[in-house]
Unconditional design. Structure first.
Length: 127
């Protein structure tokens, strides 16, 4: 199973931590500072999972999710939001748009890793 994970997070310290943490767990990580940069990475790399913040400049997590799900080549890539956002209406909109999971910061590490494993084993990812 390929483990290429796109980390979309506008705070550098969080992005760097997630990349280092997941690399130590055997994943290959691709960082992006916002949704716009994430779309560039997605156009160049074979990504198996997207972990994104919700609140970001330029393109929000929800808009990024919609763009991923509307693209026939990328629509099967699971997307996980890792965010401090707690708005139930936004959560509902994200689920309706095809979100795999919504994890609130601060997160529980075992639950976070189990969610990633579920996303990678359940998702039918296009090459």
């Amino acid at each position: 199973m390929s483990k290429n994970v796109l980390i979309v997070e506008d705070f550098q310290s969080i992005r760097d931590y997630l990349c280092k943490f997941l690399t130590q767990k055997g994943f290959e990580t691709f960082p992006a500072v916002d949704g716009e940069e994430a779309l560039e990475v997605l156009s160049k790399q074979n990504i198996n999972l997207v972990i994104s913040d919700y609140n970001m400049p330029k393109i929000s997590g929800l808009d990024l999710l919609k763009k991923i799900k509307q693209n026939p080549v990328r629509k099967d890539i699971p997307v996980i939001f890792l965010t401090s956002e707690k708005d139930l209406e936004l959560m509902k909109q994200a689920r309706e748009a095809g979100l795999f999971a919504w994890i609130k910061k601060p997160y529980d590490t075992p639950i976070f890793l189990a969610t990633i494993d579920r996303a990678l084993s359940n998702g039918r990812v296009s090459a």
